[in-house]
Design a protein around this ligand. Structure first.
Ligand SMILES: C[S@@+](CC[C@H](N)C(=O)[O-])C[C@H]1O[C@@H](n2cnc3c(N)ncnc32)[C@H](O)[C@@H]1O
Length: 233
């Protein structure tokens, strides 16, 4: 029989925000897999590191972070092939995913390649948006409130349209798109309601009003919350 692939959410940063199921699967795993961007350290692995057995074998999927899609597609193909070879041998594999695996997670690309052929179990995790809300003390929505998630990678026109019709928004993938976002928020008079959080629940967490940030870019792990139901900052 073939092995099972587990896509396990490790939460946004603080290891204590991992589910008990994630912790159990990680600490008993003989083989773990994860992505490493540009050959660097994997954030998901660093969140889970205290729970990984010393003798666990590790499948590292090197991910070239480029604007072009092809290098990443090739890396996902290659990673899926390596995972598949182990599943064929009957090994179970725990793939670590930052936040929640199905919430803009790279795991989705592996899932799409393998879920029709193998048993894949996905364990949900606390997302960065949930962590950003609690750490900044900004409830996301109440009663009939609507909340939107907007990737900052969207074009300016689409972002403007979406921002104009919503009272509570989480903007993710801010990084090098920060300047575009800040200008849009200023044009729409939303700056007083916008808070940026870097590395939510990590030791290096940082929270600032967007109006007070002067850098043109922000770190990749930045989320901006805009909620017009809140008092202006
Ligand atoms: C590819 S998405 C992955 C989201 C992840 N699967 C989750 O459930 O939160 C990456 C984006 O999530 C946001 N993000 C992830 N972790 C974060 C953290 N600890 N603090 C702030 N933003 C974070 C950033 O906007 C980042 O650009």
């Amino acid at each position: 029989v073939t092995g099972t692939l587990y896509g396990v959410g490790v939460g946004p940063g603080d290891p204590e925000l991992m589910t008990v199921k994630a912790w159990r699967l990680i600490s008993t795993a003989k083989t773990i897999a994860y992505l490493a961007a540009n050959g660097g350290e994997s954030t998901a692995r660093s969140i889970a590191k205290h729970f990984i057995a010393d003798d666990a074998s590790e499948i590292i999927i090197d991910m070239p972070m480029r604007v072009e899609r092809q290098p990443a597609q090739t890396a996902y193909d290659d990673g899926a092939a390596r995972i598949s070879a182990r599943l064929e041998r009957g090994e179970d594999i725990v793939m670590l995913c930052e936040g929640d695996p199905f919430f803009y997670g790279s795991f989705i690309h592996i899932y799409e390649r393998l879920s029709s052929k193998y048993k894949v179990n996905v364990v949900p995790g606390v997302t960065s948006v949930n962590a950003a809300a609690t750490e900044t003390g900004s409830p996301l929505a109440t009663r009939d409130g609507v909340i939107k998630i907007l990737p900052a990678t969207l074009g300016e026109d689409r972002l403007r349209d979406e921002l104009m019709t919503c009272e509570s928004v989480a903007i993710i993938k801010v990084g090098r798109h920060f300047e575009k976002i800040r200008k849009l928020l200023a044009t729409l008079d939303l700056l007083p309601f916008a808070t940026a959080i870097e590395l939510a629940t990590h030791a290096e967490q940082r929270i600032r009003a967007v109006s007070k940030i002067n850098e043109p870019t922000m770190p990749y792990f930045t989320t901006i919350l805009v909620n017009t139901n809140r008092r202006p900052t």
